[in-house]
Design a binder for this molecule. Structure first.
Ligand SMILES: *Cc1c(COP(=O)(O)O)cnc(C)c1O
Length: 388
């Protein structure tokens, strides 16, 4: 019987039966840069930690198992992972990318990958037909679903079919859902990207990134590139992510439960003009989410009646932290305009619907009543001050 994902977060099946760590339940941190050889031509399997480190390797096996890939690669951040991913392309290669991506990915594509000769078409993968943008140079389709921060949902299987038909790679950044709720490789994607800083680590304390693939030829390229360019995750950080993953299941369930409560509370507020959460039946992507994911996640975006109202919320929150990032146990509130999406050109931002009165919440695992209590206090104070 294939094990369920909560179990896979705790136990690496392929590692069982081996007893080479003195029975330690927690995987050891091999804090070493290099490894001794017992003789010429003899190796323990590890030679230098840029090439591989046992703690990092163990984490990579766990991630591969959670995403049902054949190989995973751990990087010092999500952006380090995406930067390395771009190295498999060459000048004049063309990539069709969703226009509502993580701001850092857009910054990378526009300023670094473009300089290296890679061409991009940024399209709305939910509304436009991907096929219309394919040229003879097109090599890949790059999507996030749900997107950040507008929570647009793309049907992964449909895009995967188009990619297969034209011999393109489908790359899915699965950070928002985590492998607990969604497995793009099962739906036909070739490469999955994660910012491990978010749900996988889960504690707002470590940066990490991952690439996962189910294709041996791509895995071989990644293995060569990671040892050559050197952005692999450090042993201690690998261990922190391993520890975070142990509770991925219960954290995802609790955050989602809270997010649903907060979404319904926000919907009742006079000052809120729109709540964008894919777990609300009126959300455009609700049915696709039900088909391709096991949950809706805990990220939600909402629009306020004015910029002044949005700014006041950011000024007044105390327990809920006004901070970038997401996916941790603490609830964070973000202002996409000046934070995550500051480097995205204003016209693209506005086309995507990100305005100065848009706020994004990453709902954590606090008691939902305490979250709503604080939001209620902040909303009522703001209404009094702004006279709305
Ligand atoms: C945060 C994030 C990234 C970048 O990851 P870092 O770990 O911050 O470098 C990429 N994609 C998405 C969807 C993210 O949320």
């Amino acid at each position: 019987m294939e094990r369920k994902i909560e179990t896979k977060c705790l136990h690496l099946e392929e590692d069982e039966g081996r007893n080479n760590h003195y029975g330690a339940i927690s995987y050891p941190i091999y804090q070493t840069a290099t490894y001794a050889h017992s003789g010429v031509g003899r190796s323990t399997g590890y030679d230098y930690s840029r090439l591989q480190n046992p703690t990092k390797e163990h984490l990579e096996k766990v991630i591969a198992s959670l995403e049902n890939g054949i190989s995973a690669f751990a990087f010092s951040s999500g952006m380090a992972a995406i930067s390395l991913l771009m190295e498999i392309f060459k000048p004049d290669d063309h990539i069709i990318a969703d226009s509502d991506l993580y701001g850092g990915s857009i910054r990378l594509f526009r300023n670094v990958s473009a300089k290296n000769g890679i061409k991009f078409s940024n399209i709305d993968c939910c509304k436009e037909n991907v096929e219309d943008f394919i040229t003879s140079d097109t090599k890949a389709i790059y999507i996030e679903t749900p997107t950040n921060p507008m929570m647009n949902v793309t049907d992964i299987a449909v895009v995967a079919e188009t990619a297969k038909k034209h011999g393109l790679l489908l790359i899915v950044d699965n950070t928002f859902m985590s492998p607990y709720f969604q497995n793009p490789l099962n739906l036909g994607a070739d490469i999955v990207v994660h910012s491990g800083t978010k749900y996988l680590g889960g504690h707002n304390d470590t940066l990490a990134g991952f690439l996962v693939t189910n294709r041996a030829d791509i895995a071989e390229k990644f293995a060569f590139l990671i040892k050559t360019t050197g952005a692999g995750l450090a042993p201690f950080d690998s261990w922190l992510i391993l520890r975070g993953i142990k509770t991925l299941g219960i954290r995802m369930e609790k955050s989602q439960e809270n997010a649903i409560k907060v979404a319904y509370w926000l919907k009742k507020q006079k000052a809120v003009t729109k709540v964008i959460y894919p777990g609300l039946p009126e959300h455009m992507g609700y049915e696709i989410m039900k088909k391709q994911a096991r949950g809706f996640g805990a990220m939600l975006t909402f629009q306020l009646e004015s910029k002044a109202f949005a700014l006041s919320i950011l000024e007044k929150v105390r327990m809920i932290k006004f901070a970038e990032s997401l996916g941790g146990v603490e609830t964070l509130i973000t202002y996409p305009t000046t934070q995550t999406h500051a480097d995205v050109p204003q016209e693209i931002r506005e086309k995507n619907g990100i305005t100065e009165s848009t706020l994004r919440l990453s709902v954590g695992i606090e008691n939902a009543e305490d979250l709503i209590y604080e939001l209620d206090k902040v909303f009522r104070e703001t209404e009094r001050e702004l006279n709305v």
